[in-house]
Design a protein around this ligand. Structure first.
Ligand SMILES: *Cc1c(COP(=O)(O)O)cnc(C)c1O
Length: 625
C-alpha cells in the first residue's frame, strides 16, 4: 500500500502529464462523476493508510475532536470517523493545489524556453525595471524621456489643433449656443486642409477608396438613417434587410459552399475579433467544460487579439513566425495545444508583412484536435476572394478549408464603407449563439444583444449596404486587380533596383513590407528603414512603422492604383539620400529623428517604460490642448 507521500507524488505526476494531454478535455466533463464515484468508494471501503503529514494535521485539528464526539454520539447512520475524513480531505486539497502550482511553473518554463534568449532578457529587465522604477534616479530619467516625448507630440500634432477657430477653446459649454453656420465653417476650413493630405494618395491603408462621388453617396445613405437604432426593430424594419444582406453577401464570398455559414455586423475589426474569441470561449466552456481557456496566436497577429484576451480573461500563447516566410510556425502551434485550448488564430493576410498563414495546415490541426480556428480577414477579406477569382496566387483561406470555424472581414476597409463597420462569420449558428449576451431577468425587460454594443447607429449599416451593392462584384474585382498589381509592381521595383532594401514576407496580398537588407550593407551598416520612412513622410508619404523586425510597410489601396512609379521614384530618392548620409557622416555624429529615434529607443528598452510612454501618448491625445 502507498503512503500519503508516495500517493501525492504519483498523483502529481499523473496530473502534470494528463493536463498537458489534449485528451484530457474529453475526460474533464466526466470529472464530477469520477469524484462522486471516488467518494462513494472511499466511504464504503474504509480509508487510505496514512503516512507523511497526517500526524501533524491531527494535532492541528484537535478542535475537531468535540465535533467528532458529537457525530459519533448522535449519528448512528454515519458510522465513520468524521475527523479523519476531514483531515484526509485537507490533505487531498493541499495535494491538488500543489499539483496546480507545479503545473503552472512547468507551463511557464515550457513557454519561456522556445521564446528564446531575447525574450527572456526582456522579461528579466522588465522585472528589474518594476523593482527599481520608484528610485529617484530612474524616475528622473523616465520623466525626462516623457517630457521630451510630450514636447514632440506637442510640436508635431497638438500645435496644429491649437490654432483651429482662431485658437479659441471650449473647456466649458458656451453659455449661448454657437451659430450652426459658424460651426460648419470651422469644420469645413479644417477638413479642406486635412483632406489634401490623404487625397494625394500617399497614405498607407487608412483611406481605402476615397473617390469623392463614392464618399458623397455614402454620406447621403448614412443621412437617411442617421437617427435610427437597430435595437428598435419595430421602428426600423428596413434595417433587417440591410444587415442580413450584408452578412449574406459577405458570407457568399468566403463560405466555401457551406450554406450553414452565418454571422453578424459589428462596429469594426476589433469588435469582430473580440466577439469571435468570446464565442469560442463560451462554446468550449459548454462543450468541453473548459474553464481556464487558452488560445494560440502568432506574434504577427493583430493587437486586437491581445486586447480581446485581456478583456475576456483568456490565456494567450504566442508562437513565433517562421524565419523566412513570416508565416505562423505550425509546429509550434501543435506543441502549444493543451486540454484548455479553445482557438487557434490565423491571419489572411497579417497586418505587418501581409502574409497569409498556412490555413489548410492549421485547419487540419484544428479539426484533428477539435479546437476552433479563426481566420482574421479584417484586412484582406474584401480583396483576397476577388484576387483568387482573378487568378492571383492565393492559397485557400476561407470556410472551404476544413477546420475553419470563424472569420472576420472589415467592410470599413476594402469593403469601401465609412469607418465603423465589420462582419464576423461562423461556420454554423452554434458558434454564433455563444457570442450573444442574454439577460432574461433584467428589471428593464428581457435584454439581449448580439454584439458588444447596446444602442447602435443604423446609419452605419445603411451606408455599408449602400457601398457593397453599388460597388458590386465587377467593381470589387476591378479594384482588387488594380491593388494587387500595384503591390506587385512596387515590390518588384524595390527588388530589382534597390538592393539595400528587402521586401519581407513576399507579396501574396496587398501589403509591401520593406526592411533594410542585412546582406547588402553601406559601409558595413544595414540601412535604417525607419530613417527612410521618416524621409518618405517629408515627401508626404505616411507609411506604417513596424518593429520586430524593424520595417515599414505600404498597404496598397484604391488611392495607390497608378501611383507605383511615384512611390518607387520617391523611395529611391530617400534611399539615395540615406546612403549618401551613411557614406559621408560617421554613425556617431548621426542623430536619429522622428520614428527612427522612437523605435530605436524603444527597441533597447524593456516593455515597462515603453508602456509608460504609450500611456503618456493616450493622455496627451485627450487632455486639454
Ligand atoms: C485593421 C485590422 C484589424 C482590426 O481592425 P479595426 O477595424 O482597426 O478594429 C484586425 N486585423 C487585421 C489584420 C487588420 O488589418
Amino acid at each position: 500500500m502507498l503512503s500519503d507521500g508516495q500517493f501525492a507524488l504519483l498523483l502529481f505526476g499523473v496530473v502534470v502529464i494528463v493536463r498537458r494531454w489534449h485528451f484530457y478535455r474529453y475526460v474533464r466533463p466526466y470529472m464530477p462523476v469520477f469524484v462522486v464515484a471516488g467518494c462513494v468508494h472511499y466511504l464504503y471501503s474504509g480509508k487510505i493508510e496514512h503516512g507523511i503529514g497526517y500526524d501533524v494535521l491531527c494535532e492541528e485539528l484537535s478542535i475537531l475532536d468535540s465535533v467528532n464526539a458529537w457525530f459519533v454520539t448522535f449519528s448512528p447512520i454515519i458510522a465513520f470517523d468524521i475527523r479523519a475524513v476531514i483531515k484526509d480531505l485537507v490533505v487531498l486539497v493541499g495535494v491538488y493545489h500543489l499539483c496546480n502550482y507545479c503545473t503552472q511553473v512547468y507551463n511557464w518554463v515550457r513557454e519561456m524556453v522556445p521564446m528564446g534568449l531575447h525574450h527572456f532578457i526582456k522579461y528579466c529587465t522588465d522585472i528589474a525595471y518594476e523593482a527599481i522604477k520608484e528610485f529617484p534616479v530612474v524616475q528622473d530619467k523616465v520623466d525626462e524621456e516623457k517630457t521630451k516625448f510630450i514636447a514632440t507630440i506637442d510640436a508635431d500634432i497638438k500645435s496644429k489643433a491649437r490654432v483651429i477657430d482662431g485658437g479659441s477653446m471650449n473647456y466649458e459649454l458656451p453659455q449661448t449656443g454657437m451659430d450652426q453656420s459658424h460651426v460648419l465653417n470651422i469644420m469645413k476650413s479644417c477638413t479642406q486642409k486635412e483632406d489634401e493630405i490623404w487625397e494625394k494618395g500617399k497614405v498607407s491603408g487608412g483611406i481605402y477608396h476615397g473617390d469623392r462621388d463614392h464618399i458623397n453617396f455614402l454620406n447621403e445613405a448614412f443621412n437617411q438613417y442617421s437617427i435610427s437604432n437597430p435595437l428598435h426593430t419595430d421602428i426600423w424594419p428596413s434595417m433587417l434587410k440591410y444587415e442580413s444582406e450584408i452578412i449574406s453577401m459577405t458570407a457568399s464570398l468566403v463560405n466555401g459552399g457551406h450554406e450553414s455559414v452565418c454571422g453578424c455586423t459589428t462596429s469594426g475589426g476589433t469588435e469582430s475579433i473580440i466577439l469571435a474569441i468570446k464565442a469560442h470561449r463560451d462554446y468550449y466552456r459548454r462543450k468541453a467544460n473548459i474553464t481556464a481557456p487558452e488560445m494560440i496566436a502568432c506574434t504577427s497577429a493583430h493587437a486586437a487579439v491581445d486586447k480581446a484576451c485581456e478583456l475576456l480573461n483568456i490565456k494567450l500563447i504566442k508562437v513565433p513566425m517562421r524565419p523566412k516566410t513570416y508565416e505562423i510556425d505550425v509546429q509550434r502551434v501543435v506543441e502549444a495545444i493543451t486540454c484548455n485550448t479553445v482557438l487557434i488564430y490565423s491571419s489572411a493576410p497579417s497586418f505587418p508583412q501581409g502574409v497569409i498563414d498556412p490555413i489548410t495546415e492549421l485547419g487540419a490541426i484544428a479539426s484533428y484536435y477539435e479546437v476552433g480556428l479563426h481566420v482574421d480577414g479584417c484586412l484582406g477579406g474584401f480583396v483576397l476572394p476577388f484576387a483568387k477569382r482573378l487568378g492571383y496566387d492565393i492559397p485557400d483561406f476561407d470556410f472551404g478549408v476544413k477546420g475553419v470555424t470563424s472569420m472576420s472581414l472589415d467592410t470599413h476597409k476594402y469593403g469601401y464603407a465609412l469607418k465603423g463597420t465589420s462582419v464576423v462569420l461562423y461556420r454554423n449558428s452554434n458558434y454564433r449563439a455563444a457570442q450573444y449576451f442574454l439577460y432574461p431577468e433584467w428589471p428593464g425587460g428581457f435584454y439581449t444583444t448580439a454584439t458588444l454594443a447596446g444602442s447602435r447607429s443604423g446609419g452605419m449599416i445603411a451606408q455599408t449596404w449602400a457601398s457593397m451593392v453599388t460597388v458590386g462584384m465587377d467593381g470589387y474585382m476591378e479594384y482588387a486587380r488594380g491593388i494587387m498589381d500595384t503591390a506587385k509592381i512596387i515590390a518588384k521595383g524595390i527588388e530589382d533596383t534597390m538592393p539595400e532594401l528587402l521586401c519581407i514576407g513576399g507579396t501574396h496580398a496587398m501589403v509591401v513590407c520593406i526592411a533594410g537588407n542585412p546582406d547588402v550593407r553601406v559601409k558595413g551598416e544595414v540601412v535604417n528603414i525607419h530613417s527612410i520612412g521618416d524621409a518618405m513622410s517629408k515627401k508626404g508619404w505616411s507609411l506604417n512603422s513596424l518593429q520586430l523586425p524593424a520595417s515599414v510597410h505600404l498597404c496598397c489601396t484604391v488611392r495607390h492604383i497608378g501611383r507605383h512609379d511615384l512611390f518607387l521614384r520617391e523611395l529611391r530618392e530617400c534611399l539615395d539620400e540615406q546612403k549618401r548620409l551613411m557614406m559621408e557622416v560617421d554613425p556617431m555624429d548621426r542623430r536619429l529623428h522622428g520614428n527612427a529615434a522612437v523605435y530605436g529607443l524603444a527597441s533597447s528598452m524593456p516593455p515597462g517604460p515603453v508602456k509608460e510612454l504609450l500611456t503618456t501618448y493616450n493622455n496627451c491625445m485627450m487632455d486639454k490642448l
